[in-house]
Design a protein around this ligand. Structure first.
Ligand code: FES
Length: 219
């Protein structure tokens, strides 16, 4: 009798260990794709709580990630986006709103009202913000925020210039290559929102240079 109980306990312990192992491997995989450990944990928990068995977590993430090294994605980014939003909400971060004025002729009204949590950059909103759909029509963020494309170039409204810091050297180098850049230009991926930006107005330039493609084009 004792042997049966011992075997059952042993088998249960092995299952728990193997579940832990699968969970940890799945988490490592999400981190290796460029996410921080908190996001990775949230992603794996969401999949597990959604009914994916432990031994299928890694393969599910591989499928969702697709050939992420070449920019492909089969749904992982959307999952990462909702986990990020959920984490911000749980942290109780204040939300602000600001207005994005598209280039003349590209929209009928005066601008888009965009909402975001403080601590997000403009590029974060384009990638996973609740208003990413609207904003991504005007801002591309082709390099995902590593200052290699200039497609996130925005122009700060003159009245709001005292709420933004001067660009650092690396940002300025990229701005020098941006389409139509001027003194009020900033890279959206380097502009982190704070409470000071509540109500801010930013303008979208008339054109875009995607330095990654090395092919300037007019937007
Ligand atoms: Fe590429 Fe900002 S997203 S430079």
């Amino acid at each position: 009798m004792h042997n049966i109980i011992r075997r059952s306990l042993l088998s249960r312990m092995l299952t728990i260990n193997s579940d832990d192992h699968s969970f940890s491997n799945a988490k490592k995989l999400v981190v290796s794709i460029g996410n921080n450990p908190d996001i990775a944990e949230g992603v794996v928990c969401a999949l597990r709580d959604g009914g994916i068995p432990h031994n299928k977590l890694v393969s599910t993430i591989e499928t969702l990630a697709g050939r992420w090294e070449v920019g492909e994605d089969n749904g992982l980014q959307d999952l990462v986006a909702s986990v990020k939003q959920e984490i911000d909400k749980r942290l109780g971060k204040p939300m602000i709103s600001f207005t994005v004025v598209p280039p003349k002729g590209r929209i009928k009204d005066h601008g888009l009202l965009v909402k975001a949590y403080i601590g997000m950059s403009i590029a974060d909103i384009v990638q996973y913000g609740s208003d990413k759909q609207q904003l991504s029509d005007y801002i591309e963020c082709a390099c995902s925020g590593v200052m290699a494309c200039s497609t996130c170039h925005v122009i700060i409204d003159e009245q709001w210039m005292d709420t933004v810091d001067s660009p650092e050297e690396a940002e300025q180098d990229m701005l020098d290559l941006a389409y139509g850049a001027g003194p009020n230009s900033r890279l959206g991926c380097q502009l982190t929102l704070s409470i000071r930006h509540n109500g801010m107005i930013i303008h979208i330039p008339e054109g875009v240079n995607n330095i990654m493609d090395n092919i300037p084009f007019k937007g």
